[in-house]
Structure formats: structure tokens, C-alpha cells
Design a protein around this ligand. Structure first.
Ligand SMILES: Nc1ncnc2c1ncn2[C@@H]1O[C@H](COP(=O)(O)OP(=O)(O)OP(=O)(O)O)[C@@H](O)[C@H]1O
Length: 226
């Protein structure tokens, strides 16, 4: 099992209503899961917990959340950041690229925190596969188009060959044609490396090619109360 959740309750403040109340949820290795739900239903919160960006304080937010068998709350913050860099790739809604660094430098920065294996040739290869040629790779990211920045963000998320790739709706700024091209590139990469994918969006038209399509409210009891 790649992701295992049981009896997870998450609230941002100790006296507030839970955003997530998940009795059980699992993802097996190799699945490509498309998770949808309305704005504000807790999708990003769940992704941040799975990436160890948010953690469950066991006193107020009990339950178990394991990725690759590792309960993330048991790691100290620095250990968690290293663990994430080695096992999980994340593409954020806003990409989070460093604007004054070029594509290659952004990717190398991601590689620095990871497993550190033959990253230079792998960076070039990934960028090439994702349609970023050598001259584009040397431009500052702030000078790239949104579609190009998105491809750099995918390359960065894959540089450490993560077992799990988490993608948080990064297509909203794109037109339909570019959205479809982005999805094709993404799926080709995860299939090639047999990466488990968790893709979150409200746009169900992006779910083609996924192995499981699920609404957060199907397994989140807090969603039923909202
Ligand atoms: N840091 C925070 N502190 C307190 N409440 C928060 C925080 N971040 C999010 N929330 C609240 O948690 C709920 C779920 O937010 P979340 O961002 O997880 O939803 P979402 O489904 O990803 O929405 P969207 O599709 O609009 O991105 C919302 O009601 C939001 O206001």
C-alpha cells in the first residue's frame, strides 16, 4: 500500500470544525487517482498532509496517515523535509518555481534535497522530454510562459524519481488545448516510471487516463457536514 489513512481527523484550530474526517482511505502503488470536490472541501489540505507540509498534531488531530509505510507525524520537521524530497514529487497550483533562477537551476535545487544520483544528465533529459530545449532551460523562469513554467514544475517534481507524485490543479491558467497537452505529458511520465499519481482538480474533464476517479466527499465525513 502506498497511502494508508485511518481515523484521520484534521482541523486547523483546536476548537474549529474538522475539515477532514476520514475513517479509511488507501491508494495502492501504481494507481493514478483523480480526486475531485468543490472549492473549499479540503483537497489541498489532504495533499498537504500527504506531502508532510501539514502534520497531524496527535492531541487535537488523531488518526494515522502513512505514505510508503512511514507515519509522517513521527518524523521531526527536518527529517520530514528530507523524506519528502526523496519520496514525493509535488506540483503546486502556483508551481512555486524560483523566478530569478533558470529552469535548470530550479530543477537542480530540487535534486540537491533528494537522492543526488546522476541528476545533471537526468535534468537535461527530463527537460528535453518535456519540450524545454537548451536555450529555454537557460532563461529565468519569470521569463517563461505559464505552459513552459508548468513543464519545468513537472520536471522538478520528477527529478528525484519519486514513488508518489502529487499534483494540485495546476491547469487553471491554461486554455483547453494546453490543458490536454499538459495532461498527456504528465501521464506519459508517470506511466514510464510507474509512479503513483494523485491528481486533484474540480475539472472532471481532466480525468481521462486515470485508473480511479473519486470525490473527496465519498470518503470524507466532514465533507458531508459542510
Ligand atoms: N491555513 C488555514 N487555516 C485555517 N483554515 C484553512 C487554512 N487553509 C485552508 N483552510 C480552510 O479549510 C477549508 C478547505 O480548504 P482547502 O484549501 O483544503 O480546499 P480545496 O478543496 O483545496 O479548495 P480549492 O479547490 O478552492 O483549492 C476551507 O474552508 C479553507 O478556508
Amino acid at each position: 500500500m502506498l497511502i494508508g489513512i485511518s481515523d484521520l481527523i484534521y482541523r486547523y484550530h483546536k476548537n474549529s470544525q474538522p475539515i477532514l474526517d476520514i475513517p479509511t482511505w488507501q491508494v495502492e502503488a501504481g494507481e493514478r487517482v483523480f480526486l475531485h470536490g468543490p472549492s473549499g472541501s479540503g483537497k489541498t489540505t489532504l495533499l498537504n498532509l500527504l506531502a508532510g507540509i501539514l502534520v497531524c498534531n496527535q492531541k487535537h488531530n488523531p488518526g494515522t496517515l502513512e505514505v510508503l509505510g512511514q507515519p509522517l507525524h513521527r518524523l521531526r520537521p527536518g527529517q520530514r523535509d528530507r523524506w519528502r524530497a526523496q519520496h514525493i514529487g509535488v506540483v503546486f497550483q502556483q508551481f512555486n518555481l524560483i523566478p530569478y533562477l533558470n529552469a535548470l537551476q530550479n530543477i537542480q535545487l530540487g535534486a540537491h534535497f533528494g537522492k543526488g544520483k546522476d541528476t545533471k544528465s537526468h535534468s537535461h533529459e527530463l527537460l528535453e522530454t518535456l519540450g524545454i530545449n537548451a536555450s529555454l532551460a537557460e532563461k529565468k523562469c519569470s521569463q517563461l510562459s505559464i505552459g513552459q513554467q508548468q513543464r519545468v514544475a513537472i520536471a522538478r517534481s520528477l527529478i528525484n524519481r519519486p514513488e508518489l507524485l502529487i499534483v494540485d490543479e495546476p491547469t487553471s491558467a491554461l486554455d483547453a488545448e494546453n490543458r490536454a497537452a499538459f495532461m498527456q505529458l504528465l501521464l506519459r511520465q508517470v506511466e514510464k516510471h510507474n509512479t503513483t499519481l494523485l491528481f486533484v482538480s474540480h475539472d472532471l474533464s481532466l480525468s481521462e487516463g486515470m485508473t480511479r476517479v473519486e470525490a473527496l466527499s465519498d470518503f470524507n465525513r466532514a465533507g458531508a457536514r459542510q
